[in-house]
Design a protein around this ligand. Structure first.
Ligand code: PHE
Length: 341
């Protein structure tokens, strides 16, 4: 029995050495100290011993029991420490480690060019205005000399909105011309950048949503030379001082005379290339002297005042400036595209 006790002691040492967590410790505890465990078994056997011997063995058994309990206590505290260590390791913060750089983002290329053009115009004394995207049919068409059923409405495929009769998604920023004149009267110098919408079949050059910048100058004695001077200033600002502007007649109901404006192709400098379809020129705006009917709608007397208006395709300027070959990238929200600017 003495040797059995010694055996239990060394078995326990071996078993506890292999214990790594509370579950394993509990198993060992049941094996040694449980009701049917090894110690209990021995204690029961001791009952059959002669008095003298039982006294001796009992003493030894107590010693073993104490060392078994001490062994458990130590194993338990080892496990607790290991668990606390694991938590500490998981929650460890290395305050000297460099942080993760936040993704800052930046302005959209359309916004960048828009702001650069706004800077140019405000430096020439223009104000920057805006107007609603869901616009009345009146301001979008009728006020700019395009009455209902006028064939010129077919130049622009318009989005109408269910349940909003008399309103359209503005097809151009020219909708702001009469708004501005009614609000501020003459003399007037303003630009109005904004999103416009047309029911286009989309492809690399057409998109249902795009940006324009409208410009209006109304004052006494304004003539076509003023218009050309302003357009040249914009072209040179965007594409460099060697850029020239070419104006050719084009019909727009709200101007008379009306022109279609082109700038020197900044790729080939006018020699002809794929971008300008070998013409040496890039078409970027419509413009003209404001039609007397439009001035009248704006409450401005056409006998006293004259003015010019222009509309830049801002989206197109951006595409040309950065060599973007598909207009749909601009609305895609794709960061692979956007992060290049
Ligand atoms: N609104 C015209 C368009 O969208 C452009 C334009 C503006 C033309 C002002 C003349 C004067 O095509």
């Amino acid at each position: 029995m003495r040797s059995e006790l010694e055996q239990i002691k060394s078995d326990l040492v071996a078993a506890l050495n292999n214990v790594v967590d509370r579950d394993a410790l509990e198993k060992v505890r049941v094996e040694f100290l449980g009701r049917k465990g090894k110690m209990g078994e021995l204690m029961r056997q001791m009952a059959g011993l002669a008095d003298e011997e039982r006294k001796l063995i009992g003493q030894l058994a107590n010693e073993v029991k104490q060392s078994v309990e001490a062994g458990f206590a130590k194993a338990e505290s080892d496990i607790s420490r290991a668990e606390a260590g694991a938590v500490a390791e998981k929650e460890w913060i290395d305050v000297s480690e460099p942080g993760v750089a936040p993704n800052e983002g930046h302005l959209h290329p359309v916004t960048r060019i828009k702001e650069s053009i706004e800077d140019l115009f405000t430096s020439m004394g223009f104000s920057v205005l805006d107007g609603p995207e869901l616009e009345s049919d009146f301001y979008n068409f009728t006020a700019v000399n395009v009455p209902p059923n006028h064939p010129a409405r077919d130049m622009q495929d318009t989005f109408y909105i269910d349940g909003r009769p008399g309103e359209v998604m503005r097809t151009h920023t020219s909708s702001i011309q009469v708004r501005a004149m009614r609000e501020y009267g003459a003399p007037l110098r303003m630009i109005a950048p904004g999103r416009c919408f047309r029911n286009e079949a989309t492809d690399v050059r057409h998109e249902h949503t795009f940006h324009q910048i409208e410009g209006v100058v109304v004052d006494k004695g304004i003539n076509f030379g003023h218009l050309k001077g302003v357009l040249e200033a914009v072209a040179k600002h965007l594409y460099g001082p060697a850029t020239e502007v070419r104006l050719r007649p084009k019909f727009y109901p709200f101007v008379e005379p009306g022109v279609n404006g082109e700038v020197t192709c900044f790729i080939c400098k006018g020699d002809g290339c794929r971008l300008c379809k070998h013409t040496g020129w890039l078409e970027v705006f419509g413009a003209g002297m404001i039609h007397p009917n439009v001035l009248k709608e704006g409450g401005v007397d056409p006998k006293e005042y004259s003015g010019f208006a222009f509309g830049f395709g801002l989206t197109r300027l951006v595409m040309l400036k950065y060599g973007i070959d598909d207009i749909r990238w601009l609305q895609s929200g794709d960061t692979r595209f956007l992060s290049q600017f």
